[in-house]
Design a protein around this ligand. Structure first.
Ligand code: SF4
Length: 306
């Protein structure tokens, strides 16, 4: 007989305790997975949480690069990714070898790498950033020439917020590019009082129509604090679950119902339970790569503290 969600959650909670595990979930996870997590947040918040936890096991409900980041920061902990196929297509659009080649053509440029990248790519980079701190990280650098990888749209957005000279890598998020400017224009007509909040992974034509451009963590804080009653949400629709749960009096309208990341949705309550039972699949970054990648991640976290 199949377990109900309530039974699965109960089993996960008791096993989590036995394993001294913490469950971290990204804002794009399925609602039921968010509900069983100890902490739900964006990439920056989750990496900060991973860096501080005293749990022995981190169950990462997100995609592969996020589990790798946890392994980079916490080499002594067991980091589990409940479905090993949960990779990020944007992160797969760049390799360490490809980055090395591009660097050779841009001598003197500082490489800023979006956290949505593999540990090998981070290891080839000078500093990491997330969508929450990208502008701050880039502004903190005392060089003018930057190579930003792999998201061309986040890189383009940053270039509109800073005077630095930014070279781009042609990567993109297949989920965020599904959000089209005409969808936003139509919704603005339908909901004239609504504010439009979009993620910086969106196309520039979509960003041009936004009232706010925010990371998912920034969007949650904006929704909690602002007086606005209606928000058109231009990011992956998994976040709507959290927004509605935390703001029952507000209306959240997805900019596109098609903005779904299939890889994020691979993590289910069943896979979380199985992962805790089997202590698998484990994500572990080899030490040589880890140390180089950690230098880039640490530099980002230090910028966040300054
Ligand atoms: S939403 Fe986009 S960037 Fe985020 S994990 Fe999915 S494919 Fe990668």
């Amino acid at each position: 007989m199949e377990n109900s969600d309530a039974e699965l959650k109960q089993k996960i909670i008791s096993l989590r305790k036995r394993r001294n595990a913490i469950i971290l979930a990204h804002n794009y996870q399925l609602g039921e997975v968010q509900d069983v997590a100890d902490f739900v947040g964006d990439s920056l918040e989750l990496s900060q949480k991973a860096a501080k936890t005293d749990a022995d096991v981190i169950v990462f409900c997100g995609v592969h690069f996020m589990a790798e980041t946890a392994s980079i920061l916490c080499p002594d902990k067991v980091v589990l990714l409940p479905d090993i196929h949960a990779g990020c297509p944007m992160a797969d659009m760049i390799t360490a070898e490809g980055l090395r080649e591009r660097k050779r053509g841009l001598p003197g440029a500082i490489v800023v790498c979006y956290i949505n990248s593999s540990a090998e790519v981070k290891a080839e980079s000078d500093v990491c950033c997330t969508s929450a701190n990208a502008v701050k990280v880039i502004e903190s650098l005392d060089t003018e020439a930057i190579l930003f990888v792999p998201d061309q749209y986040l890189g383009h957005y940053i270039s509109t917020e800073t005077d630095k000279r930014i070279s781009l890598w042609p990567g993109f998020c297949p989920t965020h590019i599904r959000i089209q400017p005409q969808y936003i224009a139509k919704l603005k007509q339908e909901y004239p009082q609504a504010k439009v909040v979009v993620h910086p992974e969106c196309r520039p034509e979509v960003i041009a129509l936004a009232d706010e451009v925010l990371s998912t963590g920034g969007l949650c804080r904006y929704a909690n604090r602002s007086e606005v009653k209606e928000i058109i949400v231009g990011t992956e629709i998994g976040i709507i679950h959290r927004l509605r749960k935390e703001n029952r009096d507000k209306k959240f309208i997805p900019a596109s119902e098609q903005a779904i990341c299939p890889r994020m949705k691979l993590i289910t309550l069943e896979s979380v339970l199985w992962s805790l039972q089997e202590m698998s699949p484990e994500v572990k970054v080899p030490e040589e790569t880890r140390l180089k990648a950690k230098a880039a991640v640490d530099k980002m976290l230090e910028t966040g503290r300054s």
